[in-house]
Design a protein around this ligand. Sequence first.
Ligand code: IPE
Ligand code: IPE
Ligand code: MG
Length: 252
Amino acid sequence: MAALEHTQELPRHVAIIMDGNGRWAQLRGKFRVSGHKAGVKSVRAAVSFAHRLNLNALTLFAFSSENWRRPEDEVSALMSLFIAVLGSEVKKLHRNNIRLKVIGEHGGFSAHLQRKIADAEALTANNTGLTLNIAANYGGRWDIVQASRRVAEQVAAGKLLPDDITEDTLNELMSMSDLSPVDLLIRTGGEQRISNFLLWQLAYAELHFTDVLWPDFDDNAFSEAIAAFVSRERRFGCTGEQIRALLEKNED
Ligand code: IPE
Ligand code: IPE
Ligand code: MG
């Protein structure tokens, strides 16, 4: 177990595509929205897990730029849930020294939600613990486009020559450029695709797909994903049980 004492062997930044809420509800003969509500509990658990494991950053895909295509009542239920959860959770995040950021195109949201987001970000801006990124109205292609647009503005203003554009130039303008790179991407719900989540930022991430539906994603499932990362990365077979033991040790 000595190897696990060194936290650099754990991922520092984990991103999750939280998928499978609708199917979770349908399996129980309920409306899709009740799956989203059940998913909030898993969000709380995942944030708590990341906090206890001392991760630098946790990035959760909550609503994609393509999710506007869903039925109107589902979209508006998701927006209401987002507003309610922001309101009820932000103080707790702040108490736990967690910095909240919402990545994505804020302009797509109602003025009310935009204000809630700005207030939550401002309250927690100076916290030094876990950074929690909620990707909402986010798309990986949108992120690359918004960064490119800002590079073009610098070129148009004569501040930058096209030949001087490097990967670093663009990287600095992408969402989450201030954070360590994503080490591990987890997708729940069984699909094995990126669905226009982080494209640039996943260049070197390990990918972990699990059939567990998001409302069922708990500490055990998160531990398994971390264990898979650790064994893939360092080539020593570490089990979910060992990660859980490490978690308990950090709690002491
Ligand atoms: C993911 O669950 C949550 C959001 C996209 C907001 P889904 O709603 O996509 O659930 P499935 O994939 O239909 O089961
Ligand atoms: C990806 O899930 C988006 C989020 C989890 C927020 P989707 O369910 O929208 O993705 P697709 O449609 O299966 O690709
Ligand atoms: Mg889905």
